[in-house]
Design a protein around this ligand. Structure first.
Ligand code: ADP
Length: 159
């Protein structure tokens, strides 16, 4: 059976830290779907179709990775698409508590779907999308932090 994993998140926008996690996941699974989900705790800078476009461009080098938009529960997406694994990234201990709660809640709702945590290269452990949005607002060089198409989209957003 095909091993299909999903990597859900806001990806507002996708960063090199996300791409690092996705590259690791792509080596472990036959197919990986990056799922751009709605996070009710966040007000996004980019709408879902802009996030889809940036992520698709940033992941074009990975033939077994696709990008999708979903507005319901992540476990429902996994179930409907025969994915048995949810990937999440862990940067620091501070991520752990929130991620642990979500993972256990997802397992309670859908026991057949497991969460796997992957750690990015150390150089990305301090990266998050809100810092990137802040740097972009002040016209900082983003080339070490985000893929080229994302840097371009951020520049035009704050022009
Ligand atoms: P959410 O809005 O659900 O927190 P994000 O888009 O912020 O989603 O991130 C999706 C997943 O990627 C989360 O598991 C998050 O911890 C992880 N992540 C975010 N930034 C990085 C990074 N720099 N390195 C590794 N994982 C990351």
């Amino acid at each position: 059976m095909e091993r299909h994993a999903i990597y859900p998140g806001s990806f507002d926008p996708i960063t090199n830290g996300h791409v690092d996690v996705i590259e690791r996941a792509a080596q472990m699974f036959d197919r990986v779907t990056v799922v751009i989900a709605i996070n009710s705790r966040k007000t996004p800078l980019f709408d879902q179709s802009e996030r889809l476009e940036m992520a698709t461009a940033a992941l074009a080098h990975l033939p077994t990775v696709e990008v999708a938009i979903h507005s319901g529960l992540v476990v429902d997406y996994a179930n409907d698409h025969n994915a048995s694994v949810i990937i999440r990234g862990l940067r620091a201990v501070s991520d752990f508590e929130y991620e642990f709660q979500i993972a256990l809640m997802n397992r309670k709702i859908q026991p057949t779907v497991s969460t796997i945590f992957l750690m990015p290269h150390e150089r990305y452990t301090y990266l998050n999308s809100s810092i990137i949005r802040e740097l972009a607002r002040y016209d900082q060089d983003l080339s070490d932090f985000v893929p080229g198409p994302v840097a371009a989209a951020l520049r035009s957003k704050f022009q």
